[in-house]
Design a protein around this ligand. Sequence first.
Ligand code: DGY
Length: 321
Amino acid sequence: MQKKPVILVTRKLPEAVETRLAEDYEAHLNAEDQIYSSAELISLSDGVDALLVCHTEKMSAEVIARLPQRVRAIVSFSVGYDHIDLDAARKRDIFVTNTPEVLSDATAEIAMLLLLGAARRSSECEQLIRTATWADWSPTYMLGLQLTGKRLGIVGMGRVGQIVARRARGFDMEIHYHNRTRLDPEREQGAIYHEDVDSMLPHCQFLSINCPATPDTHQLLNAERIALLPDGAVVVNTSRGAVVDDDALIAALKAGKLFAAGLDVFNNEPDIHPGYRELSNTVLLPHIGSATVETRNAMGFRALDNLDAIFAGNEPRDRLA
Ligand code: DGY
């Protein structure tokens, strides 16, 4: 009987995904779900044919260069791939794949939750109930902002951005967007295209960041760009923390330039900038954009489909390198 390929699975995955993995592969699972250091990743890759990783594993050029020759693939359980040095993988002829599409709805739902939560001060309000400090109802108590009829700017009109736009249209929002390339009219659905982000920002009463983290989008939302937003705007981020300059965002929230922010992703997770915790006008979530039962299963199965293709000698559907 042919030997099954050996897979290092760096994090604990949903049960159904691990079951399929164990049937088809010799899977080295991580039952304790501990995060491996770079040195551990390299040593645990000894005798392994592929790694199934998450965004929590930094597959830098240094790590990839030190992987044993036997490693043929890095299959990521994520749509984002800023944690993998694709050039380094190409140099070593290592396949790299991600899991696009299957998490777009779940992530767009979290963007909507953050837009609503930040606008209506949901964290602050819940705190009042939990700490038994809700004094009374009053006509001027805990006033927030309405989404209905406002202008929403979307940075990055890929799969998630387009679903956010669709959901936001349900709130009668006027959609503006910036994307590297303009969408065709069918996918644009009347959204207003801005060739550069700076020209869009003055229109955005609400701003949703949905672009990938790349060298081009690093700290895209900085002090100068925040200054271009209308006073009292709301910013939400469900992409990657690296797209935002934390100090600039915190300063703008403190100064009242921005009404509120809703963040699901941060620089240096989980040790986020402490300034965010001190602000009442933030809704803060622990990177749960794709965290639904349906989506995490789908991500796992999509990663396994990629793995199956690679070991069957076929082109994996979501090949990045
Ligand atoms: C993704 O898929 O990129 C999510 O952020 C989880 O890693």
